[in-house]
Design a protein around this ligand. Structure first.
Ligand code: PMP
Length: 301
């Protein structure tokens, strides 16, 4: 591949030239929203759901995205094509744009839209075979009435602080609790646990992002005959679960085999987790927007 092209300010620019102003309020204040999206074999997985979440996040912070969802779809597809990617990770950023040094968004005249598509660096296969070690951290999840975790904003310090704690504790991922001590999510992924064949995940109002992978897994689980319950649970419920796994665009579905030094199940990725990962991988190349429909047609002939 030659140069990497990034969509910035209404045009494609080379990566070296993709720079934004130090007066951009996304940089100065984390004022903006974003999405992380994945492309599988040219298929942008659940792009409509990602765009819905992006527009809802923007609506909540009164940020007017200067493109319609249809135009954003075109821009994203074009970014993948321009970079000749088949498997990719896409980052969409909409910042408040350039303003003065005051925090008031009123000084920002034009939101800035950025789309980056990069070749995917896959998580090591061993991690899926081994499973992750997770630790609960002291820092609580943002309270929804302070900064809703459902807004996928550029202000990710809450998540970064817990990631630092996880790193210092020598675990792979953090487990965040809300101010009442109920389990919410990881630093960048949702949590699901399995007990006696039933799948539990926290309701998002407790303080979690409504993950698109989470939702896909809930649907797949129900289609495959599992009972799924969205209800509050504590660390104790996690410790005594038969299986625990995390979901997210980047990690897809990954087993957790240790939480706060309690072995989960028999300490290996469990059968339900493996089954759902298998089902998920079947879904990802067909459920979404195909960037190269002509190539697919040729392949069929
Ligand atoms: N929670 C948080 C805090 C996240 O940042 C992410 C990643 N976007 C997720 C959960 C998982 O969401 P998704 O499945 O949509 O990637």
């Amino acid at each position: 591949m030659g140069s990497q092209y990034i969509f910035l300010g209404g045009e494609f620019v080379r990566k070296e030239d993709a720079v934004v102003s130090v007066y951009d309020h996304g940089f100065l204040y984390g004022d903006g929203v974003f999405e992380g999206i994945r492309v599988y074999d040219g298929n942008v997985f659940r792009l409509d759901a990602h765009l819905k979440r992006l527009y809802e996040s923007a609506h909540s912070i009164m940020l007017a995205i200067p493109y319609t969802a249809e135009e954003m779809t075109q821009i994203i597809v074009e970014t993948v094509r321009k970079n000749e990617l088949s498997s990719a990770y896409i980052r969409v950023v909409v910042s408040r744009g350039m303003g003065n040094l005051g925090l008031d968004p009123a000084s920002c005249s034009m939101p800035r839209v950025i789309v980056i598509a990069e070749p995917l660096s896959l998580f090591p296969k061993e991690l899926y075979e081994r499973g992750l070690k997770v630790g609960s951290v002291a820092t609580r999840r943002n309270r929804p009435d302070v900064l809703s975790p459902q807004i996928k904003s550029l202000n990710y310090l809450n998540n970064i602080l817990v990631k630092l704690e996880a790193n210092q504790a020598g675990v792979d991922e953090a487990l965040m609790l809300n101010d009442q001590g109920y389990v919410t999510e990881g630093s960048a992924d949702n949590i699901l646990i399995i007990k006696n064949g039933v799948i539990f995940t926290p309701p998002v109002y407790l303080g979690a992002l409504e993950g698109i992978t989470r939702n896909a897994i809930i649907e797949l689980a129900k289609q495959n005959g599992y009972e799924v319950k969205e209800q509050p649970f504590t660390r104790h419920d996690v410790y005594i679960a038969d299986e625990v796994f995390l979901t997210g665009t980047a990690v897809e579905v990954i087993a957790v085999i240790d939480v706060d030094r309690r072995k989960i199940g028999d300490g290996k990725p469990g059968p339900v987790t493996n089954h759902l990962l298998e089902e998920f991988r079947k879904l990802v190349t067909v459920d979404g927007v195909q960037c190269y429909p002509e190539a697919k047609q040729k392949a069929v002939v």
